[in-house]
Design a protein around this ligand. Structure first.
Ligand SMILES: Nc1ncnc2c1ncn2[C@@H]1O[C@H](COP(=O)(O)OP(=O)(O)OP(=O)(O)O)[C@@H](O)[C@H]1O
Length: 223
């Protein structure tokens, strides 16, 4: 197996996304395994649209061109589920009718067979998120930070190849925000996952420590 440092990571090459002829996004960048590309820009500038394009669920109202590859594999030829992008939104989007354990187990790849084995790896990832013993809990009874950690557990257990983060910390108060983003960045680094982080918060960008793309009103991106 290649070490994280030997892998080329996420390559965004000549990405141009237009809406009604107007260019929203224009960027090329490389995000190495474990590194974070932070995307900033005004509301409506196309930040979420960029993540949708990479994840494979861009609304057909947009026109997009360019190439996206991860460790040399062209992602754009693959259907969304085969791209294996782990996505976190502002809202953790837990299934309300399922227990915490079931929320996490839902994302375990299908090649992991056996109830026992699935339960074991689900519990292990919850424990890593400081949520040991939370399997039977109703998501409605969790704090904001606990919900984010369940969402992160669910994403990590799905064996993603990259992380797409759409303001996942913005609803949290300052202390929790700092803790959660450090947790995500550390986990991404450990797993060698390239990350794209959409945020309005300069402190997030600083903590991410990587490249920052700023989208201006003309749809030009600046490193
Ligand atoms: N499905 C759609 N069909 C048409 N236009 C859309 C669609 N989704 C978003 N838009 C428009 O595309 C533009 C970019 O939207 P996007 O959600 O990517 O912006 P954003 O930078 O993420 O904004 P915010 O910071 O407010 O989340 C906006 O003008 C938005 O109104």
């Amino acid at each position: 197996m290649m070490k994280a440092n030997d892998r080329p990571g996420l390559s965004l090459s000549g990405i141009v996304i237009r809406l009604d002829g107007k260019r929203l996004i224009d960027l090329s960048a490389t995000v190495l395994p474990g590194e974070v590309l932070t995307v900033m820009g005004p509301s409506g500038s196309g930040k979420s649209t960029l993540l949708s394009f990479i994840g494979g669920f861009l609304d057909p109202a947009f026109q997009a061109e360019g190439e996206v590859s991860i460790d040399g594999t062209n992602l754009l030829n693959l259907p969304p589920e085969a791209r294996r992008a782990g996505i976190l939104f502002q809202d953790p989007l837990l299934f309300p009718h399922m227990s915490v354990g079931a929320n996490v187990a839902f994302a375990i790849p299908p090649d992991v067979s056996g109830r026992k084995q699935r339960r074991r790896i689900g519990s292990a990832i919850l424990a890593e998120m400081d949520l040991q013993g939370f399997e039977a809990r109703d998501p409605a009874t969790l704090s904001g930070g606990q919900k984010v950690r369940v969402a992160l557990a669910r994403v990590l257990i799905s064996r993603p190849r990259l992380l797409l983060l759409d303001e996942p910390f913005s609803k949290l108060d300052t202390d929790l925000r700092v803790q959660m983003r450090d947790l995500v960045f550390v986990r991404a680094r450990d797993a060698g996952l390239p990350v794209i982080l959409v945020t309005h918060d300069e402190a997030d960008a600083e903590a991410a420590g990587g490249l920052v793309y700023r989208i201006d009103a003309e749809g030009k991106s600046h490193g």
